[in-house]
Design a binder for this molecule. Structure first.
Ligand code: SF4
Length: 368
């Protein structure tokens, strides 16, 4: 925890939820399993939640590090409104401390000046509708730490028929998890490795709460979710660890949860490692398929086979992708294989090649 004088706290002071007073005079944040215990004027490990006047505040409510329109495949979500545009934004800070963070300029930000765009929930929903986005994604940093803001944005979006997507590490405590996911339509959850040693040493967190979130999503919500594992050479890419992860997914979540293996690029505190070879992603994908998972993808590489959704019954190539662009979609409007009528799990609508968003990324400035 970072001790700072209360009057030196930058950012907004939106009332924070999920905390309680301790007998020793500190207050404990109950939002994520870190359980930060704070004296007056201290920030939590995520840096954006703080104790001010004996209560928790969220200092990033209504402020963003920037908005972009992305393809939904970039989140990555391959079974959720394929080809559609999603208005994406993040704030600052993070409740994990990944040494390999691929968005470290945002997640490790201690500089509230990075938060350029002020945006009310209604302004975000309006911007999504105006720009033809089917959904809004909380991404770039973890929405758990700005849950009050993300949930209000989700309410504003629902009022306009816009869906919401959480891109998250899944590191959240049970009570806020229930409230948070009641507002979300889809999620991509990082399963960053499959040993506690990896989680503790390289992310500053623990594996078990992430697994709990995945089981919760599967068995207690209607949220559409997919899983991403960033494979880091020598750290979490052994065939044994990948197989253990896939066996757990099969046993606890079943064969239909899409799994994405993505490539690491040297960044932040791990610049001494090479990028992940494409062959490592392919090997992991093959292991997952051997273990019975039906929808396994490779990401951050050009790999037509690893980017394609195949019918698990007749092996027809249903959605062919190259990186984040869809080259062919043969799914019926209700998400069935046109050859054998097998229902593909996900959220699908009629796909129109001409209107797909494609492999673009468009920065957007919002007016409140
Ligand atoms: S959300 Fe932030 S303040 Fe709360 S327990 Fe997690 S890291 Fe600590």
């Amino acid at each position: 925890m970072t001790a700072v004088a209360a009057d030196a706290l930058e950012g907004s002071r939106h009332p924070g939820r999920w905390w309680h007073a301790l007998d020793d005079g500190r207050i404990q944040c109950d939002l994520c399993p870190r359980d930060c215990k704070l004296h007056e004027g201290q920030r939590g490990a995520c840096f954006v939640r703080a104790r001010v006047d004996n209560a928790m505040v969220l200092t990033t409510y209504g402020r963003s590090s920037g908005f972009c329109i992305d393809p939904v495949e970039k989140k990555p979500l391959n079974h959720f409104l394929p080809g559609s545009a999603v208005l994406s934004f993040g704030t600052a800070g993070c409740n994990l401390a990944c040494k390999f963070c691929q968005n470290w300029d945002i997640s490790k930000s201690r500089d509230m000046d990075r938060l350029m765009d002020e945006a009310s929930p209604e302004a975000i929903a309006n911007a999504a509708a105006r720009s033809g986005c089917r959904s809004v994604a909380f991404t770039y940093n973890d929405p758990v730490i700005f849950a009050e803001y993300a949930m209000d944005v989700a309410d504003a979006c629902r009022a306009q028929g816009i869906l919401t997507v959480a891109v998250t590490a899944g590191y959240i405590s049970p009570e806020p998890r229930r409230e948070f996911y009641a507002k979300m339509d889809a999620a991509n959850v990082d399963l960053k490795g499959f040993t506690d040693e990896f989680y503790v040493k390289l992310t500053g967190s623990k594996l078990a709460p992430v697994l709990d979130t995945l089981v919760y999503l599967k068995h207690h919500t209607d949220v559409w979710f997919e899983i991403t594992t960033l494979l880091i050479p020598g750290k979490n890419d052994s065939p044994e660890e990948v197989r253990a992860e896939c066996r757990w997914i099969m046993a606890e979540l079943g064969p239909d949860v899409p799994l994405h293996f993505t490539a690491f690029h040297p960044d932040f505190k791990m610049t001494d490692l090479p990028p992940t070879p494409a062959a490592t992603l392919t090997r992991a994908r093959n292991i997952a398929i051997e273990e019975g998972l039906r929808y396994v993808y490779t990401g951050n590489v050009h790999d037509r086979e690893g980017g394609t959704t195949f019918c698990p019954s007749c092996r027809t190539a249903l959605i062919e992708r190259d990186w984040h662009r869809i080259d062919a979609c043969r799914l019926t409007a209700d998400g069935r294989c046109p050859e054998c009528a097998t229902q593909i799990p996900g959220r699908f609508v009629a796909f129109e090649a001409a209107s797909q968003f494609g492999r673009r990324r468009i920065p957007v400035r919002l007016r409140a």
